[in-house]
Design a protein around this ligand. Structure first.
Ligand code: PCA
Length: 325
């Protein structure tokens, strides 16, 4: 695995010091969302946990905001070992395998409790699919429920026709298609600019990303439809992980498990505050009208059928396991 210049310098500086420090390793961790986002802050706590638990033998350094690799490139970077660990919105890769989109099926799991159940039902299969891609699953954290941002009243999906709609995965692009909108794939790091320049006029996301992007500078409405809770997933490169000694691997996994718990709790705690921040900045924050709700529910039914067809027996097994919980 390639070491960064900084790592080489650090290794040189440490040469001749205690054995523990001499074998210390630095892992760069690319992340797509801003340093102040709760996912990024949670990862900083994760890295401190690993450093502490390994007595400094593994130092993971986060690179938020797409500064090392842009969101779209992070997963491939970890697969190929350009980065030993990274965080990525897994559903953005549903085109590689429909199972990666299990968390973005509209209205299948819309609460934190259901998101957890669905994830537990899907995880055994997801871990296998990731392993086949040379990845080790470390932890994941759900975003708050997804709502619709717009700059006009949306009383029905008919009101969305013709809008330029920012998509972040296949499901959001499919919603655009079903509503007669034009989808444009944009990473969160580019969202503010896309809205300011009119490249996008509406999108689906959490209050968290709306606040990160100061969306009130360009848009006026947030409809709290609670369509799904997509997840950021932290994966390690299989070879890099295998090269760690057993105690270090255990530390990574234990700190990952703690980060999953802490992150989910934080996400839920912060949800209402994000919507308040949107409202405090002048946005109209509301639930959907009956019409909008039922129009979107119809999209949800269509997309659930489509997903089950695409994901086949594996997908059906996940849905059945989820419903049985
Ligand atoms: N924020 C991310 C994905 C889901 C979310 O809430 C984004 O909009 O890119």
């Amino acid at each position: 695995m390639m070491k960064s210049f900084k790592t080489l310098l650090a290794a040189t500086a440490l040469a001749g010091m205690a054995a523990n420090a001499a074998t210390a390793e630095t892992w760069d961790m690319p992340m797509a969302y801003p340093a102040t986002n709760f996912h990024s802050e949670n990862a900083t706590t994760f890295t401190a946990c690993v450093k502490d638990a390994t007595g400094g033998a593994l130092d993971i350094v986060t690179h938020p905001g797409g500064s090392l690799f842009s969101g779209a490139d992070i997963k491939r970077a970890v697969q190929t070992g350009q980065a030993p660990i990274g965080e990525r919105l897994l559903s953005a890769h549903a085109n590689e395998n429909p199972l990666f989109g299990v968390d973005s099926i509209p209205f299948l799991a819309t609460s934190f409790a259901d998101s957890k159940k669905l994830w537990e039902a899907a995880l055994p299969q997801l871990e296998k699919v990731l392993a086949d891609q040379n990845l080790v699953y470390v932890y994941s954290v759900p975003w708050p429920p997804q709502g619709i941002y717009a700059k006009k009243d949306l009383n029905a999906v008919a009101d969305m026709a013709g809008i330029k709609f920012r998509a972040y995965n296949a499901a959001t692009a499919r919603i655009a298609e079903l509503a007669g909108m034009s989808p444009v794939q944009i990473e969160a790091a580019e969202l503010s600019q896309a809205l300011a320049t009119g490249v996008a006029e509406a999108f689906i996301s959490s209050g968290s990303t709306g606040v990160d992007s100061k969306v009130w500078e360009s848009l006026t409405h947030f409809y709290d439809v609670q369509a799904w809770l997509p997840r950021n997933v932290i994966v390690a490169n299989k070879d890099a992980f295998a090269a760690l000694d057993e105690a270090t691997r255990t530390a990574v996994m234990d700190c990952g498990a703690a980060a999953a718990e802490r992150g989910a709790t934080k996400s839920e705690e912060l949800t209402a505050g994000y919507l308040k921040t949107l409202a405090d900045n002048g946005m109209k924050v509301a639930g959907p009208s009956e019409q909008l709700r039922s129009d979107l529910a119809a999209f949800g039914a269509t997309m659930t059928d489509e997903w089950v067809k695409a994901a086949g027996d594996d997908g059906k097994a996940i849905i059945d396991a989820y419903k049985a919980k």
